[in-house]
Design a protein around this ligand. Structure first.
Ligand code: GLC
Length: 533
């Protein structure tokens, strides 16, 4: 059934690509934009509506592209602007939208702006970044710490001042309170939107506005913050280093830029906003006049059981305003893979959850194969977070390894040794093998994507959880008009029986052993079933 109201960012499915690891076409062991283009047929076959490409802009790669040295150029490692234009055209031909990654909080220390800013205290860009004098005893201006470890301040010999960096010292924070910075950065969005880019994922979006007085963060009295177990980070309550209320005005201004292009086609923006407090998170929908939505990361940190997962979904549903639209994500380039977190036996259950909830799902490349995290030997580690905060297992390399296209030496990703090792069990976890097997995880994902698109209840319907189902099951109905689809998920490692409110037909089942007889659904362990009522 064609849904004439289908809006790509709302009803469609987004697929995240880490460009270093998707497909290498120029033989340097690192993925590139022509590589992504060469795999568009696969993405169309899979059935995704949009791709989000992690940063591909010019960068010294201290944080693998999240340290931009020219916001208006593509890094030669990934290709050229012409390659991006070609990718946009080819993706659009296939009805696939393209979302880029905007990194507004910090640039690279190699950006021309920062070089100028650090050159003297009175150069024209002297306050494009956050500079402060030392305290009388020479120590940094406040107690803020960097997410990636150590103080958030770095001493600069030339200026005889400290500059602020909430991440690496190679990622100085831009001063968004300076109107010239804001104007330049908003124009950067226009630059890409005018080329046909359909939207942006906005990196650590709420970090852009800090306390104007740069007050000390209070000590964290026992509560945990969102970034769990992150050493010194958790010792403080992060009330002053991010999320100052002025951020909402900035998001309104960003939205106005997106809206300038809305007459061409719907544009989308999603903020990376990690917050523990759901109500506060809900405020990031604004009045429908800020970023389209904040990323909902809570499923990523929830315990993997029915009550906890339902609790997160219900809480989110209760804070998303009527004019807003939820989203769901179970993995990305900063977190262990789905299978790494929940175990191989839960790969299909997780897929069914992600692709049947109300709201826009974002998938992470490789998860459609059930790809596990890859063990990285110490001498092959790359991620600066893992290397600079040792002992806490913070390295993000295991989830960033090359996409596995076939079972060849380098997984069909490259002709040469890739920048990170290829995963184990390549014979099982590769596209070619799984495409040929109708029972594979890949074909399971494809069926789910196709069903989500064809069933209006799944992509646009409301959400109603059912109470009183067996322990460790999560059952909900998605409904649009008269169309009703029931989703039953068994998180237990034992089989169970769910009594349905009505009989129906099975649309997709994760395990052949699950059976529907009348209104009794027998679910296999860790199994899910989608039923048309
Ligand atoms: C975001 C990105 C992460 C990056 C950090 C600093 O959290 O997702 O990969 O390292 O911002 O830019």
């Amino acid at each position: 059934m064609t849904d004439n109201n289908f809006i790509w960012w709302k009803h469609g499915v987004i697929y995240q690509i880490y460009p270093r690891s998707y497909m290498d076409t120029n033989g340097d062991g690192i993925g590139d934009l022509p590589g992504i283009l060469s795999r568009l047929d696969y993405l169309q076959w899979l059935g995704v509506d949009a791709i989000w490409i992690s940063p591909c802009f010019k960068s010294p790669m201290d944080d693998f592209g999240y340290d931009v040295s020219d916001y208006r150029d593509i890094d030669p490692m990934f290709g050229t602007i012409a390659d991006l234009d070609n990718l946009l055209a080819a993706a659009h031909e296939r009805n696939i939208k393209v979302i880029l990654d905007f990194v507004p909080n910090h640039s690279s220390h190699e950006h021309a702006w920062f070089k100028e800013s650090r050159s003297s205290r009175d150069n024209p860009k002297h306050d494009w970044y956050t500079w402060r004098d030392a305290k009388p005893d020479g120590s940094p201006p406040n107690n803020w710490v960097a997410v990636f470890g150590g103080p958030a301040w770095e001493w600069d010999e030339t200026r005889q001042q400290y500059y602020l960096h909430m991440f690496l010292k190679e990622q100085p924070d831009l001063n968004w309170r300076n109107p010239a910075v804001k104007a330049e950065m908003l124009d950067t969005l226009r630059f890409w939107l005018a080329r046909g880019v359909d939207g942006f994922r906005v990196d650590v979006a709420h970090f852009c506005m800090k306390d104007p007085d740069l007050r000390d963060n209070p000590v964290n009295e026992g509560g945990t913050t969102f970034f769990k177990d992150k050493g010194a980070w958790d010792s403080l309550d992060h009330v002053h280093d991010s999320g100052h209320p002025d951020i909402h005005q900035l998001f309104r201004e960003m939205r106005q830029v997106f809206d300038e292009f809305e007459h061409i086609s719907p544009r989308y923006s999603i903020g990376e906003i990690h917050l523990e407090d759901a109500e506060e998170w809900g405020t990031y929908f604004g009045d429908g006049d800020e970023l389209t939505m904040p990323f909902n990361f809570k499923l990523l940190s929830a315990d993997w059981n029915a009550a906890a997962i339902r609790g997160v979904v219900d809480e989110m549903e209760s804070v998303v305003p009527d004019h807003g639209w939820p989203n769901a994500v179970l993995a990305n380039h900063d977190e262990p893979r789905i299978v790494g977190r929940y175990g191989k036996e839960n790969a299909r259950l997780a897929a069914m959850l992600l692709l049947t909830l109300r709201g826009t799902p974002t998938m992470y490349y490789g998860d459609e194969l059930g790809m596990p995290d890859t063990h990285i030997p110490a001498d092959k580690q790359q991620d600066p977070w893992g290397l600079r905060v040792p002992g806490l297992n913070l390295g993000r390399d295991p989830e960033r390894t090359p996409m596995q296209w076939d079972s060849g030496q380098y997984a069909g990703f490259s002709e040469v040794e890739p920048w990170l090792p290829v995963g184990a069990d390549l014979e099982t976890y590769n596209v070619t093998t799984q495409q040929a097997d109708s029972e594979s995880t890949l074909n399971f994902y494809r069926n789910l994507l196709s069903l989500r698109k064809s069933e209006v209840a799944l992509h646009a319907g409301d959400y109603q959880p059912l109470d009183g189902t067996p322990d460790n099951t999560y059952v909900y109905i998605r409904q649009a008009g008269d169309e009703k689809v029931l989703v039953a998920l068994n998180f237990a490692s034992t089989a169970c029986e769910v009594a349905l409110p009505a009989s129906g037909t099975v649309l997709v089942s994760s395990h052949a052993e699950s059976k529907l007889a009348g209104t009794t659904l027998a679910l296999a362990p860790n199994a899910g079933c989608i039923i048309k009522l």
